[in-house]
Design a protein around this ligand. Structure first.
Ligand code: NAD
Length: 485
């Protein structure tokens, strides 16, 4: 299937696809080969301003006045078009992100349902009547959209993150500007083409491409942007908070993680092994909720690790285009260097890196790193504290429940946690004690569009997905009406 355009991908601003004010392009690569995949036009500050203005005008002129039924209909049409093009979009993600094709197809399966869910949830965008004690006074609330929202995405799950931000933003009555990662912009460009076909009015959805330091910064500081929904690294998130502080903008941040997977001696080991090994290899470990700290009770450590290693030894690393491949490359040369640097740091601080699987054929050319366990890690090591964002897990042992909880919470992040135990009381004590936005018991964390998701501590601010996403995309007005006058 030929899914990549030979001409540079244009920006979508208002009703026009355009090259950008300076017609400057940048390359985007195929990480499995390191070769250029396509060219993309880079937005200038003037292009960002034009996109914001188009979104603002579309909001003022018509989008904020649309009925829930109209917005729902458009989102359902978009869902149907996404389903039609799902395989094509999955191939683009495979070529641009390096995800194995089976994983790309799987991760996009729920996207039409996500759009339908947010179309269906629109009637929940409503206020309430408040009994204030004076029978002559009608006191009620109205939930209103915010206006223009900037949606900024990272490179690891370009499409699922975009769709799960877009659905609630549009459902709530906002207009949007999408800013994909400059590393992986292609799938978003194909999604953007579907809006016109679905019948969305021009300006409701706009797309600008380019570096965060110019395009992203201009977008988040533009006075007509009222909300920023950002997914990416914690350092960037913190910078966005600073950049938007002067205008007191609404900001939702989905940031980094260093999630623990805790294996107690009474754990169902087979399931625990599958989740531990799965998190290491899925999207080459470039998953914000991946469990990258394996906390194992000393009494089962040997058996658990033997089984994890057996699974990792059999891993099929290779071309993401091969349906048999389980693990592909990292997204870029820079990410590969970062991961290798952390493996060296771990070694210097006394952990023992062990690598699994073999790289052969195509795997030798791209940005590949073998799955790596950092044996004998300690909780306070830098390699066990920093987010590495690659196929690397620190293995840390613990003696009892108290120690497991202490180590699990010994992190500046709080995105997700997984625990395996057959003791129900312990499961609930741990679930309450762990400082993170998501906890999974006897299964892996798998986010879904209909359940709220967001981090504690430095993993973020606010929630996306589920009904919470509607609240995040609206503001609440209180109206008091004295009917006796
Ligand atoms: P990044 O922070 O480098 O970039 C993310 C996006 O922000 C990109 O589009 C980039 O261009 C833009 N950006 C950069 N500087 C900006 C600025 N000053 N103003 C506005 N925008 C700016 O992140 P990344 O390397 O693309 O992605 C990896 C990170 O994303 C990891 O830390 C990972 O944990 C995180 N992530 C979090 C979640 C979550 O839901 N919590 C999900 C996926 C990824």
């Amino acid at each position: 299937m030929n899914v990549i355009d030979s001409r540079p991908y244009e920006l979508l601003i208002g009703e026009r696809w355009r090259a950008g004010a300076q017609s400057r392009t940048f390359d985007t690569l195929n990480p499995a080969t390191g070769r250029v995949l396509a060219q993309v036009y880079e937005a200038t500050e003037a292009d960002v301003d034009a996109a914001v203005l188009a979104a603002h005008e579309a909001y003022q002129a018509h989008w904020r006045k649309t009925t829930p039924a109209e917005r729902g209909r458009l989102l359902r049409r978009l869902a149907a078009l996404f389903e039609r093009d799902r395989e094509k979009i999955a191939w683009i993600e495979t070529l641009n992100v390096g995800k194995p094709i089976t994983h790309s197809l799987d991760s996009l399966k729920a996207m039409p349902s996500s759009l339908e869910y947010f179309a269906g949830i629109i009637p929940a965008v409503r206020g309430e009547t408040i009994p204030v004690g004076n029978h002559n006074v009608l006191n009620f609330t109205i939930r209103e959209p915010l206006g223009v929202c900037a949606l900024i995405m990272p490179w690891n799950y370009p499409m699922t993150l975009t769709v799960n931000k877009l659905g609630p933003a549009l459902a709530a009555g906002n207009t949007v500007i999408l800013k994909p990662s400059e590393v992986t912009p292609l799938s978003t460009m194909v999604l953007a083409r579907l809006f016109e076909e679905a019948g969305f009015p021009p300006g409701v959805v706009n797309v600008v491409n380019g570096p965060g330091s110019t395009v992203g910064e201009r977008l988040v500081t533009h006075p007509l942007v009222s909300r920023v929904s950002f997914t990416g690294g914690t350092v960037t998130g913190s910078r966005i908070v600073a950049s938007t502080a002067a205008d007191v903008k609404r900001v939702t941040l989905e940031l980094g993680g260093k999630s623990p997977l805790i294996v107690f001696e009474d754990a169902p080991l087979e399931q625990a092994v599958a989740v531990a090994a799965g998190d290491l290899i899925k999207n080459s470990g470039q998953v914000c909720i991946a469990c990258t700290r394996l906390l194992v009770q000393e009494s089962v450590k040997r058996e658990f690790l033997d089984r994890v290693q057996e699974r990792l030894d059999a891993i099929r690393i290779g071309s993401p285009e091969d349906p048999a491949t389980e693990m592909g490359p990292l997204v870029s040369a820079a990410q590969k260097q970062r991961v290798e640097k952390y493996i060296r740091i771990a070694s210097e601080e006394g952990a023992r890196p062990v690598q699994y699987g073999s790289l052969s054929g195509a795997a030798e050319t791209g940005f590949f790193v073998k799955p790596t366990l950092l044996m004998d890690s300690q909780a306070r090591m830098q390699s066990a504290q920093d987010e590495i964002f690659g196929p690397v897990q620190s293995v840390i042992s613990f003696r009892d429940e108290d120690e497991a909880l202490r180590i699990a919470n010994d992190s500046r992040y709080g995105l997700a946690a997984v625990l395996f135990t057959r003791d129900g009381g312990r499961a609930l004590r741990m679930a309450r004690g762990i400082q993170s936005g998501s906890v999974a018991i006897n299964t892996g964390v798998r986010t879904s569009f209909d359940a709220p998701f967001g981090g504690y501590k430095q993993s973020g601010i606010g929630k996306e997905r589920g009904l919470e996403a509607i609240y995040e995309n609206t503001q609440l007005k209180n109206v008091k009406y004295d009917m006796s006058v």
